[in-house]
Design a protein around this ligand. Structure first.
Ligand code: SF4
Length: 456
C-alpha cells in the first residue's frame, strides 16, 4: 500500500517551520502522499525519511532501459489502463537463429521496417539472436551481423555459456538482454551483464522459483531484470503475466515487480514452417503475441519477420498503449495535401489525429491537391470540439488569420465538415471576404463531394 500523509508525517521533523512552502509538516506530508511535492523541498528531512520515500516512489514494476534509443520496459503503476495510463509499450523483437542462411536479408528487412500510423513511426525494437548449432563462429557471426546491420539491441540466447558471454561482450554498450538465465548460470551471466551493461531475462519452472531467483539477484545488487516465465499454453501465459503484474502492483511483491519477456514461437522449439502449416503457425503466433500486448507483455519475441503480422500487432499496441487521458493530436497548422497551389481548395477540420489522417487520406484519394486547415482543438473530434466550444466560426477564423492562410492562397472558399454546418454563418461573419461551403459529414464521402462539387 502507498504511504498515507499521516505515515509520511511521522518521518518529517514536525517543527512546522514552513520553509517547504507549506504551513505545517502535515500539510507537506499530504502533498507528498499526493505526489504534488518532493521531499527535497524540506531542508531538514532525515536520511531515514529520504530512504523510505525513495523506496515509496519507485514504480512497483521496475523500469529497465532496452537499447540506447529511449526504449524501456516496466515502470508501470496500474493494472488497468483507464486507472492512469500504461507507461512503456510491449517491445517487439524478431528471432533469428545462427544457421539461418537468409539472416542478412532478414536483418536488413528488420532494420528497414517502418510503419507510419496516426503520425507515429513504429519499428522493430530488438533482434533476438539464438544459438542453433555447436559452432561458436556461426553464432558470434550472427551476433556481429545483427549489431552491424540493424544497430538494435539484442536478446541473446545461447545454451553454451561461453557463447553467451562472448556475445554479451560483442554487444557491449547496447543495453541488450541476456536470456535464459536460470539458477545454475545466474552468477556467471550476471557478471557478464554487469561488465557489459546488459539486462538479464531470468527463467524458472514456476512462480516461486522465479521469485527466488529475482530476489537472489536483487539482494546481490543486480536489478536490471526481466522475467521469462515457462508456460505451455496461451491461457497459462495470460494467467502468469496477470498474476505477476497483480502481485507487483496490488500486493507490492518486489520479487515479481519486473517486466516480462516471452518467445511466442515456442515452446519448446521453433517449428519449421512448411507450405501446409505456415498459416496455422502464423495465426497461432499472432494470437500469442496479442495476449502479450493485451496482458502486460514487456518484450515479445516473434519467431520470424513477417510484415503482415507486424502491422496487426503494431496497430493493436498503439491502441493499448495510447494514454487515454491525452487524445493523440497533430500540430495545429495549415497542411499541404499533395502539391496545392494558390487556387487549390481549402478544407478545415480538427487536430484529433484520427480525424486529420482520415480527412487528409480521403482528400488524397480524391485525386486533388488541397490545403487542410487544422486549428487547435485540444485533440478533439469534430462534434466534441464543437460542443466544447473549441471548433467554432470564431476560433477557425482566428486561426486562419494567425496562420497566414490569407497570404498563402488566393482561394476564398473554405469547406467545413458537414457535422458543423451550423457554424457557417458565424465563420463567414468572422472571416470577411470568404465563402463558407458545407462539406460532407463523413470523411469517406469527401471523394464523392470533390467529384460532385469541386471538379464537376
Ligand atoms: Fe516541516 Fe520540513 Fe516543511 Fe519545515 S520544511 S514545515 S520541517 S516539512
Amino acid at each position: 500500500m502507498a504511504m498515507s500523509g499521516l505515515q509520511i508525517q511521522k518521518l518529517l521533523p514536525k517543527t512546522n517551520c514552513k520553509e517547504c512552502g507549506s504551513n505545517t509538516c502535515l500539510a507537506f506530508a499530504m502533498k507528498l502522499a499526493a505526489k504534488k511535492a518532493s521531499l527535497s523541498e524540506c531542508p531538514y528531512a532525515s536520511d531515514e525519511a529520504k530512504v523510505a520515500l525513495a523506496l515509496e516512489s519507485e514504480p512497483p514494476v521496475r523500469r529497465v532501459p532496452i537499447g540506447s534509443g529511449g526504449d524501456a520496459v516496466g515502470e508501470e503503476t496500474v493494472l488497468y489502463r483507464h486507472e492512469k495510463t500504461f507507461v512503456n509499450k510491449t517491445l517487439f523483437a524478431v528471432e533469428i537463429c545462427c544457421c539461418d542462411l537468409e539472416a542478412e536479408d532478414v536483418l536488413a528487412a528488420i532494420r528497414d521496417y517502418r510503419l507510419e500510423r496516426v503520425g507515429e513511426v513504429l519499428t522493430v525494437s530488438a533482434v533476438a539472436v539464438s544459438q542453433s548449432c555447436e559452432d561458436e563462429g556461426c553464432f558470434l557471426g550472427l551476433v556481429k551481423k545483427a549489431l552491424d546491420i540493424t544497430g538494435l539491441p539484442l536478446i541473446i540466447h545461447a545454451w553454451d555459456l561461453s557463447f553467451a558471454k562472448k556475445a554479451a561482450e560483442l554487444a557491449k554498450g547496447t543495453r541488450s538482454v541476456i536470456a535464459h538465465v536460470n539458477e545454475g548460470n545466474a552468477d556467471e551471466l550476471r557478471a557478464a551483464a554487469e561488465e557489459f551493461g546488459h539486462a538479464l531475462a531470468v527463467t524458472a519452472p514456476d512462480m516461486d522459483g522465479m521469485a527466488e531467483l529475482t530476489s537472489r539477484l536483487r539482494d546481490g545488487g543486480f536489478n536490471d531484470i526481466v522475467m521469462s516465465f515457462q508456460t505451455h499454453s496461451m491461457a497459462e501465459a495470460f494467467q502468469t503475466n496477470s498474476i505477476a503484474r497483480r502481485a507487483a502492483i496490488a500486493h507490492h511483491a518486489k520479487e515479481l515487480g519486473y517486466a516480462t519477456l516471452r518467445y511466442v514461437g515456442r515452446p519448446p522449439l521453433k517449428e519449421p514452417r512448411t507450405a501446409e502449416n505456415e498459416l496455422d503457425i502464423l495465426m497461432r503466433d499472432t494470437a500469442r503475441a496479442i495476449v502479450e500486448v493485451n496482458k502486460y507483455g514487456g518484450i515479445c519475441v516473434l519467431p520470424c519477420f513477417d510484415p503482415a503480422q507486424l502491422v496487426t500487432l503494431m496497430a493493436l499496441r498503439l491502441n493499448i498503449f495510447t494514454d487515454p487521458q491525452k487524445p493523440i493530436q497533430v500540430e495545429p497548422k495549415v497542411y499541404a495535401i499533395g502539391e496545392p497551389g494558390r487556387d487549390s481548395p481549402v478544407f478545415v477540420t480538427t487536430n484529433f489525429s484520427l480525424t486529420y489522417f482520415l480527412v487528409s487520406g480521403e482528400i488524397e484519394n480524391s485525386g486533388i491537391s488541397a490545403w487542410l486547415v487544422i486549428p487547435e482543438c485540444e485533440g478533439m473530434s469534430v462534434l466534441t470540439a464543437w460542443a466544447a466550444g473549441k471548433f467554432s466560426g470564431g476560433s477557425i477564423a482566428k486561426f486562419a488569420k494567425e496562420s497566414g492562410l490569407e497570404d498563402m492562397v488566393d482561394t476564398r472558399s473554405i469547406i467545413i465538415p458537414g457535422y458543423v454546418a451550423q457554424i457557417s454563418g458565424e465563420l463567414e461573419e468572422s472571416l470577411p471576404g470568404w465563402k463558407v461551403m458545407v462539406g460532407p459529414q463523413e470523411a469517406g464521402d469527401i471523394e464523392g463531394y470533390v467529384k460532385a462539387v469541386l471538379t464537376k
